[in-house]
Design a protein around this ligand. Structure first.
Ligand SMILES: [Zn+2]
Length: 242
């Protein structure tokens, strides 16, 4: 076992209730949809922070600016406990298909919120749905970001050749939405709350991390507090230790 050679980046996408339904305004007529998303910052993140503190592990929270404005104390607590807050748009906008001005506005608005409420700008950025537009990398550099974790393919961080921006690819296999959550129309944000047990998925993930360690690779998760932050079920072998 050479697990110590894998780099595992614990990355949470703290969507809250942001997403397509907020972008098109429909969420304000759908309290159930709102409540589903709000479970993340309202209930799950404090639980996750306690677990991380218990293990002495730090994580990165990719967080839309709207969530920072709505739960400022929680987001400050994330920082105070030694974790990183990173950019994730304003209300989880997809960047693909947007004008340059639109994209720039979202990134600047997001950085302004981080500065005003958290006292610091974000260095990292994850594109909601992993959909960078061709212009986005240069706009990220222009607005103060130094790395992106938006791509899915790849198992090592790399420096882009066009602009000075590091990319840390994430893994779809480590997307808790696809592993745990069920789907229904409309399916965006694609995951709903968790319906599958943790144990088999954790075993799969641990095996994948062992495999990554064999080649000294990097694994970055795509975990959503509203999905991954419910109390942990034990499964047939009791509590899973990881
Ligand atoms: Zn998301």
């Amino acid at each position: 076992m050479t697990a110590e050679k894998a780099q595992v980046i614990l990355a949470f996408d703290l969507d809250g209730p942001t997403g397509d339904a907020m972008v098109n305004g429909g969420i304000w007529e759908r309290p159930g949809y709102f409540a589903l998303g709000a479970y993340g910052p309202h209930r799950a993140v404090p639980r996750i922070l306690d677990i991380l503190r218990g293990h002495g592990v730090s994580a990165t929270f990719f967080t839309p600016a709207w969530v920072v404005r709505t739960w400022p104390d929680l987001c400050r607590r994330v920082l105070e406990e030694g974790h990183k807050m990173a950019g994730y748009g304003d209300i989880h906008e997809m960047f693909h298909g947007r004008t340059v001005e639109d994209q720039r506005g979202i990134l600047q608005r997001s950085q302004d919120t981080f500065q005003q409420i958290l006292g610091q700008r974000a260095l990292g950025f994850r594109a909601p749905s992993g959909d960078l537009a061709p212009e986005t990398p240069a706009l990220l550099v222009e607005t103060g970001y130094t790395y992106s974790s938006s791509m899915r393919s790849g198992d090592r961080p790399y420096l882009r050749t066009d602009v000075p921006l590091h990319e840390i690819p994430a893994k779809s296999l480590f997307d808790d939405d696809s592993a745990f959550a069920y789907h229904r129309y409309p399916n965006f944000p694609s995951g709903l709350d968790r319906v599958a047990p943790y144990s088999p998925v954790f075993e799969t993930w641990l095996g994948e991390i062992d495999a990554a360690a064999e080649e000294s690779l990097t694994v970055s998760t795509i975990w959503h507090p509203k999905v991954m932050g419910t109390p942990r079920s034990g499964g047939p072998h009791g509590r899973v230790h990881w």
